[in-house]
Design a protein around this ligand. Structure first.
Ligand SMILES: [Zn+2]
Length: 140
């Protein structure tokens, strides 16, 4: 296993931890398995041949970045249908769908701890929100 693991691309942060560049649309998450740290970078820094990650990760980074919009879109659709089934009011369901989009995206398209945390958040949501609401709806 190489020292640096590419975990994925998402918009959980908007700046690069390498050069400090701000207002990024999305960031690249890389785990340093030796130090046990996870950092986020802009695509330019993450794929810079001069940086420590080398070019081994570049193909995966570019491909994850290129499919980002499509993957976010499919996560949004999934969240929409999941929330729609709960029949809650519009404002609350919009907020919930947006939260679930992030969870679903991270659970599906990210790796390492980010994926594990998202999976746990999803299980918590299912247990605390989804199943109780479904049970409530079944009674009517
Ligand atoms: Zn940078």
């Amino acid at each position: 296993m190489s020292r640096y693991q590419f975990l994925g691309v998402n918009d959980d942060r908007n700046f690069c931890e390498c050069c400090g560049k701000q207002d990024l649309k999305r960031v690249v998450w890389i785990e340093d398995t030796e130090e046990g740290t996870i950092k986020h970078f802009g695509t330019t820094c993450a794929t810079n041949p001069g940086k420590a990650f080398g070019h081994k990760l570049n193909a995966s980074i570019r491909s994850a970045s290129a499919s980002y919009d499509r993957n976010i879109y499919s996560s949004k659709c999934w969240a929409y249908w999941e929330v729609k089934a709960l029949r809650i009011d519009a404002a609350a369901s919009e907020a919930m769908a947006s939260m679930l989009t992030t969870i679903y995206y991270n659970m599906t398209y990210m790796g390492g701890q980010v994926k594990d945390q998202a999976r746990m958040a999803y299980e918590t949501w299912m247990r605390d929100v989804y199943y109780p609401r479904k049970a409530e709806l079944a009674k009517c």
